[in-house]
Design a protein around this ligand. Structure first.
Ligand code: PGA
Length: 251
């Protein structure tokens, strides 16, 4: 398993010019243990493919759960595969909230992704209200168990991103200890499904990660990198966060 995944979620940001500038000064380092994934909007995937150095792994932000057919505006897993995409974010809280994606829909998308050999980055995380009501663990357990089963765990490669909703885009990061506590819980939930296979799954953290807080987060026992929104729009920040993971990995 790679030790760290540093992943950029550009969300609905970017342009051809932005993509050109972003990769002009991008780190070209190819490290076996620290991987960089960039997830642009679908319409810029070809641009990223053209401009990104070889070390950059391409990801998408969403897929349709249908394989093909009359679904206007949708993009299928096989289309993304055709564009050399390797990862796809599934169940981001913004999709769950603004596009009413239920756990069932997230499971269908996850299955469609793995069926076409895309690796899902499954996002889970609690709202502030759920945290205050002590529902964090039960909520996350449900989000995981409605998607992951023994068969999936044994056959497919994927990443889990713990993204507390209250920390996304707010500037309020979970403390390393708070995040790690949830990461340990996620690991235990996977262990219960199949302890022989669960240790190959990377669990990354997302929610206001930047170059100031990355070191302390990545030092934690169960944090294998980050899914980064705002700070991933700045090449220097993104490179810095990558270098922090490398530094820790080489310590
Ligand atoms: P943020 O977003 O880094 O801007 O908080 C993270 C995400 O939504 O994946």
């Amino acid at each position: 398993m790679n030790k760290y995944f540093i992943s950029a979620n550009w969300k609905m940001n970017g342009s051809k010019e932005f993509t050109r500038n972003f990769f002009a000064s991008m780190n070209k380092d190819n490290d076996e243990d620290v991987k960089m994934i960039v997830c642009p909007a679908d319409c810029y995937l070809s641009e990223v493919d053209k401009l990104a150095p070889k070390n950059i792994i391409k990801g998408a932000q969403n897929i349709s759960f249908n394989s093909d057919g009359a679904y206007t505006g949708e993009v299928s897993a096989s289309m993304l595969k055709d564009l050399n995409v390797e990862y796809v974010i599934i169940g981001h809280s913004e999709r769950r909230e603004y596009h009413s994606e239920s756990n069932e829909m997230v499971a269908k998308k996850f299955n469609s992704a793995v069926l076409h050999n895309l690796k899902p980055i499954l996002c889970v995380g609690e709202s502030l209200k759920q945290r205050q009501n002590d529902e964090t663990f039960s909520h996350i357990e449900k989000q995981i168990l409605s998607v992951i089963n023994k068969d999936i765990l044994s056959k497919h490669s994927f990443i889990i991103a713990y993204e507390p909703i209250w920390a996304i885009g707010t500037g309020e990061t979970a403390t390393p200890e708070t995040a790690n506590e949830v990461h340990i819980f996620i690991q235990q939930t996977l262990d219960k499904i199949d302890s022989m296979k669960s240790n190959k799954i990377a669990i990354i953290y997302g929610g206001s990660v930047n170059s100031n807080n990355a070191y302390n987060l990545f030092k934690m026992s169960h944090i294998n990198g980050a899914l980064i929104g705002g700070a991933s729009l700045d090449t220097r920040e993104f490179n810095k966060i990558y270098n922090i993971a490398k530094e820790i990995n080489n310590e």
